[in-house]
Design a protein around this ligand. Structure first.
Ligand SMILES: [Zn+2]
Length: 295
């Protein structure tokens, strides 16, 4: 999670809406073509996947409600006046679903069952972020358990639920003709570190299994939209899987030796990754508290 986003959230939590607004004001939404019909929008929350074609626009995730006007403006540059017809959520976190209440006015929101359940209740993530119960209009009106396909813009867009990874409601979305996969927050790139949200049913073993399942399923030349960070490729998924396995091995060493968090942070396996100290401490600290020393 970006520190900037956490800052925005803290401002929102403190009720300082007059101060939060300029933060959103400063965020630019930038569109980039990925492959085939698919574009990505970078901005102030999770990356938005966009399918554009004769049937209109399908969004994968929608960042924050206050950014909706900028998202619409960015969509106009790639889709003209074509309407948003469908929204698919990769998981329930508010930086991916906050725009639901706006785009849900005209397009059905589609998500895995657990996404709707968690949006109804809201909750505190294991990194301390809190998302309030979502307004009625933000709730998915179409839910599914294992998989779902949307047939638009001359291709099958497949949503596949992978169990207990980043959360317990994660869906990866594969654009079958464009050969693009949106990973949600199960995969992040470009300096972002992974997040296992134990409070939302996340699981490190599950996350690794999910990444490996995707690696074993998608073509070698697939383009990969991460939940956060720049568009990547299959080799990046492979490297990410290895990094997660290195991390899991270090956690197991810490657990069996009853090692401290400091000892975990000093594990030589992490030297190759060159993570900034603060991000490393956040990332490993959460895993340590979740796996080695649960309270
Ligand atoms: Zn997330």
């Amino acid at each position: 999670m970006a520190r900037k986003e956490i800052g925005i959230l803290l401002l929102l939590l403190s009720g300082a809406s007059s101060r939060a607004q300029p933060e959103f004001d400063q965020i630019q939404i930038r569109a980039e073509r990925v492959a085939g019909n698919v574009h990505v929008l970078y901005g102030g929350g999770g990356n938005i996947g966009v399918s554009v074609g004769p049937d209109g626009v399908l969004l994968v995730d929608d960042q924050y409600a206050p950014l909706a006007p900028k998202i619409r403006a960015a969509l106009r540059t790639i889709a003209g006046d074509r309407p948003v017809r469908f929204v698919l959520n990769t998981h329930w976190h508010g930086d991916h679903t906050g725009g639901n209440e706006i785009f849900g006015e005209t397009a059905p929101i589609i998500a895995q069952e657990n996404v709707r359940k968690r949006l109804v209740t809201g909750g505190v993530l294991s990194n301390g972020r809190r998302f309030e119960p979502a307004p009625e209009g933000a709730l998915p009106i179409i839910t599914f358990d294992r998989k779902l396909s949307v047939h638009v813009n001359d291709e099958e867009i497949r949503g596949l639920h992978l169990e207990r990874g980043h959360t317990d409601g994660d869906v990866v979305v594969y654009f079958t003709r464009s050969n693009v996969v949106h990973m949600g927050d199960q995969f992040v790139s470009g300096g972002f570190l992974p997040f296992v949200d134990f409070n939302s049913g996340g699981d490190l073993d599950g996350l690794i299994a999910n990444i490996d399942q995707v690696i074993g399923t998608v073509p070698d030349d697939v383009r990969v939209i991460p939940g956060h960070g720049a568009v990547a490729g299959k080799p990046d998924l492979v490297a990410y899987s290895k990094m997660l396995k290195d991390t899991r091995a270090a956690l197991r060493r810490a657990k069996s030796s009853r090692g401290s968090l400091e000892a975990l942070l000093g594990d030589p396996v992490f030297r190759q990754y060159g993570w900034p100290e603060e991000e490393k401490r956040d990332f490993l600290g959460r895993l340590y508290r979740g796996i080695v020393d649960p309270r």
